[in-house]
Design a protein around this ligand. Structure first.
Ligand code: NAP
Length: 309
C-alpha cells in the first residue's frame, strides 16, 4: 500500500480509503471482515458520514463490528462528515448542527475523537463565522483533530478560510475514469464544440494543489451519479478493453487499474473505495502497487470516451 502525508493533517495515511457508505445492510460479522480485510491490505483510513444509512446506521454498524476485528482505535484514522440532513430535506452547516452531528457520530462510533471532520455538501446558507466557532469548540474539546470539506468550490473554501483558524486539509469530490470533469475542463479549455470544456467547479483541482488540500476521490469505479460500476459493464467496451490489457500486463484486476489511474495523478490524491466484498477489496488494493506510465494514464483517459482536443 502507498501512504501519503496530508499537509497540515494526518500523516502516513493510506492512499486508498475504505468508504463505509454501503455498510448499513451488512451483519456485524461481515462488516468486521470488510474492516479487517481493508486493514490487512494496508488501508488505515475509514470514511463515514452522518447520512450513511438511516440514523447514521453505517457508523453504528462499524462500532458494533470493530471489536471483532482485533484492531485498536489508534491503529486507524476515522473520518466522518456532517451537514447532509436528508431526513429534514436540507443541508445544514449551522454551529448547532455541526456540534450535535459530531456528538452523534462519536456516540454511534463509540470513540472519543474523529481524526478528520469534513463538511459534506455546501449549505448555501452557511455563515462562516458560525462554522469557525463550531470548529474552535470541537478542537478545544479534543473531539476533532483535523478539518476539511467535501464537494466545495474554491471560492466558498476561500470564504471559509477567511474565518476558520484551522487549516482545511481535505476536499472530498467525485472522480472516476467516467466522471472525470475535475480534469476535463482544463484539458478542453475554451473549446466551444464540447461540454468537456465546461468549468463546473472553479478549477478545483489546481486550487487544491496550490493550497495544500488533499483531494479524496469518491466513487472511483462508478459511472454517472451512482449509476453502477463501469468495470465489466458492456456499456463501456473501449474502457474495459484498455483496463483489461493493462490488468493483464500488471497482473492486477481491472478495478485496481481504474484506481491506479487516480493514484497516478501527481496531485497525490486518495481514492475512497466502497466495496463491501472482501475479495473485491483485496483486488482493488493491489492498485497501490501498479505502475502506470504517463502513456498508460492517457490511454485509459481516452478510452473512457475522450479525445485529444
Ligand atoms: N463526499 C461525498 O459526497 C460522497 C459521495 C459518495 C460516496 N462517498 C464516499 O465514497 C465511498 C465510495 O463510494 P462508492 O461506494 O460509490 O465507490 P466505488 O468503489 O466506486 O463503488 C463501489 C461499488 O461498486 C461495486 N463493484 C462492482 N464491481 C466491483 C469490483 N470489481 N471491485 C470493487 N467494487 C466493485 C461494489 O460492489 P461490491 O460491494 O459487491 O464489491 C460497490 O457496490 C463511499 O463509501 C463514501 O465513503 C462520498
Amino acid at each position: 500500500m502507498k501512504h501519503i502525508n496530508i499537509v497540515n493533517g494526518p500523516q502516513n495515511v493510506s492512499a486508498i480509503i475504505q468508504g463505509c457508505m454501503r455498510m448499513p445492510d451488512l451483519t456485524k460479522e461481515d462488516a468486521a471482515k470488510v474492516i479487517r480485510t481493508a486493514y490487512d491490505c494496508g488501508i488505515n483510513f475509514y470514511d463515514h458520514a452522518t447520512c450513511y444509512g438511516q440514523d447514521g446506521a453505517a457508523e453504528s454498524k462499524f462500532a458494533e463490528a470493530f471489536p471483532l476485528t482485533g484492531l485498536k482505535r489508534e491503529d486507524i484514522y476515522i473520518q466522518s462528515k456532517c451537514g447532509l440532513c436528508f431526513d429534514r430535506n436540507e443541508f445544514d452547516w449551522t454551529k448547532e448542527n455541526i456540534l450535535s452531528s459530531v456528538d452523534d457520530s462519536l456516540r454511534r462510533l463509540n470513540i472519543d475523537y474523529l481524526d478528520t471532520l469534513l463538511l459534506h455538501r455546501p449549505d448555501v446558507l452557511f455563515d462562516p463565522e458560525e462554522v469557525a466557532e463550531a470548529f474552535d469548540t470541537l478542537e478545544k474539546a479534543g473531539k476533532v483533530r483535523y478539518f476539511g470539506v467535501s464537494n466545495l468550490v474554491p471560492m466558498q473554501t476561500e470564504l471559509l478560510k477567511k474565518y476558520v483558524k484551522q487549516p482545511l486539509v481535505i476536499n472530498q469530490v467525485q472522480l472516476s475514469l467516467e466522471q472525470s470533469q475535475l480534469i476535463d475542463q482544463a484539458l478542453y479549455m475554451n473549446n466551444k464544440s464540447t461540454e468537456f470544456s465546461i468549468n463546473r467547479d472553479g478549477n478545483l483541482l489546481d486550487y487544491c494543489r496550490l493550497n495544500d488540500i488533499t483531494i479524496q476521490a469518491w466513487s472511483p469505479l462508478q459511472f454517472g451519479m451512482f449509476g453502477g460500476t463501469f468495470i465489466d459493464n458492456p456499456d463501456f467496451p473501449e474502457l474495459n478493453k484498455t483496463l483489461g490489457e493493462l490488468a493483464d500486463r500488471e497482473k492486477a484486476s481491472k478495478a485496481a487499474i481504474a484506481i491506479a489511474w487516480i493514484l497516478r495523478h501527481p496531485a497525490k490524491m486518495q481514492a475512497i473505495i466502497g466495496s463491501m466484498n472482501p475479495e473485491h477489496i483485496k483486488d482493488v488494493c493491489a492498485a497501490a502497487d501498479v505502475n502506470l506510465s504517463h502513456h498508460d494514464w492517457y490511454a485509459l483517459y481516452l478510452s473512457a470516451g475522450k479525445y485529444l482536443p
